[in-house]
Design a protein around this ligand. Sequence first.
Ligand code: ZN
Ligand code: ZN
Ligand code: ZN
Ligand code: ZN
Length: 576
Amino acid sequence: MDQKSPQKQSSSPIKMSINNIDKITYAIKDSWKNQQDENQKLFDQFLQYCKSQYPVFNIKFTCSISGEWLEQPVSFTQCIIDKKHLNDCFDLKQILKYLIQNDSNFMQDGYIQCPLCRSKSHFKKDIPLIPNLFFQQLKQQLNDKSKPITYYLSTQTLIPFYPGFLGKEQFQYNNQIQQIFSQQQDAQQSFSTIRKIIKGNESFKYFHVCLLGNIRIQIPVRGKQCRHLECYDFLYLHWYMQQRDQKQLKCLLLGCQEIINLNELQLDSELYEIGLKSFNFSSDFIFDPQSSTLLDTYSITNYDPQIAAYKKLVPTTTENMNYIKSIYDLTDRIYSSTRNQELTDKFYEHPLNGDLNVIKDQSTNCKVEIPCRCIRCDKVNVCDLRFMSCILNQVQHPENRNGVKTYSVSCPLCNNPFSPKKRHRDQSVHEQVYVDTKMLNFITTIKNFNYLNKEKYQLFLQKKLYPSLRFEELESPIQELDQFNLKLRCLITNQKLRNPIRGIYCHHPEAFDENSLTDLCSTGQLDLNLAQCPLCQQSIHKLTHDNTLKELLGQLQGDFDEVQVFPKLKLIKQLK
Ligand SMILES: [Zn+2]
Ligand SMILES: [Zn+2]
Ligand SMILES: [Zn+2]
Ligand SMILES: [Zn+2]
């Protein structure tokens, strides 16, 4: 497949050159108009054949010859007839460019050869490329978002790859995934039904984030009886329960007392579809009463602090919706790439250099939400992927520069230059950057920490850092009582009760001690998501401080084991 000199192009059976590629593209597309039924039949037969051969496979939505995104997926007719490479196809323009550059290799004596499988087709005038209807239909289901997916042929289900730490785990659960998608849907469990009951027709914000794992949901499920919009991610639930050898947990949503049982999960297919069609990196939605649908906040935004920060560096950057959309498309594709995990693992084989800067990035002054760096960076520093995408876009499309000379074509972190892709063997710009999936997990799962520093990050990497206690401050339940006796011991640790806290569902005066509970959680000995109050058996994933009791305890002079409390009189007496 050597690059041939331009002189040899004259041997081509048809006159093709890079200059008239748009014309050829148009002619090819035009020739498809009368073959739609025929083509559909070919693909139906292809899929039927593959059902038993390849029941599950992965699709990347990149051109198999250039590695660029698939705008118009095409295949050689002969490959489809011969039932070759169902999960590989070409982008129309990319394959034409490639054939022109290498024509004597693939076009000889009125034959053309597929560069992938070498199957030969005879041709006279039009190149025998047909639209790949299979890829085209999948792209429609994803609303043209080119995220890699796993496809289950028997149930015709597609699941986007999980970015971050669930990425590789995903394939363990193929059976469970097919099961939940083939299961009968409960009409009471659809987004519209619940939305009408709870929210009526008002506009509201909706976060497509797992109640348990804080990650963006790909497969939204709830407990059998749950009647709230918030969901769990199917795979995260399975993964989490498997780690702990559990089959069920109490629903974590405040006010919902249902049991989440792995065998009785209910899929919300409406929310699943909405998730498919929106950006993978985004979980923020807004309900629009007019269209009665959830809108991806990113798809309607015309202001983004990361893009605005870039605009400050390159003042003539157009900030219209088209520009923002192209930046988000690039962001989403890099975010969804399967290479992120590999490159992250490789990066952490070496000791960490540099500082953690996720709280405030130097060049943008913004918090980093999607941490990324270039493949040449050797320091732990990151910048936000949306900001990085602005730079990459500029590298590949210098025409967007609008005459400004001082635009950045190098990595803002290590200053190594990026290079645009000019020939098919060049590395694409999106391959020169990756998302640090470990740091992404750190940012999303350890949300309730006040500040994130390098020391905490290192503990996290060693799996020694656990989420701190979560609080929601409520009135103290003892205020209603006239008097009660209380042992000054933590219900869970049996340590001295100094800073009394309880689960938000507890209605008894007995309490836990904050410091000893913090110790227990920070060493990973207690998982508050699963723990129950030993006295009333309620979930204690969220806690509340009892300041009324704390003040009364402060009145005590000396060390006691049991007291008598009169909350209304603000009085406390020692018993033992
Ligand atoms: Zn082929
Ligand atoms: Zn629930
Ligand atoms: Zn770099
Ligand atoms: Zn309790």
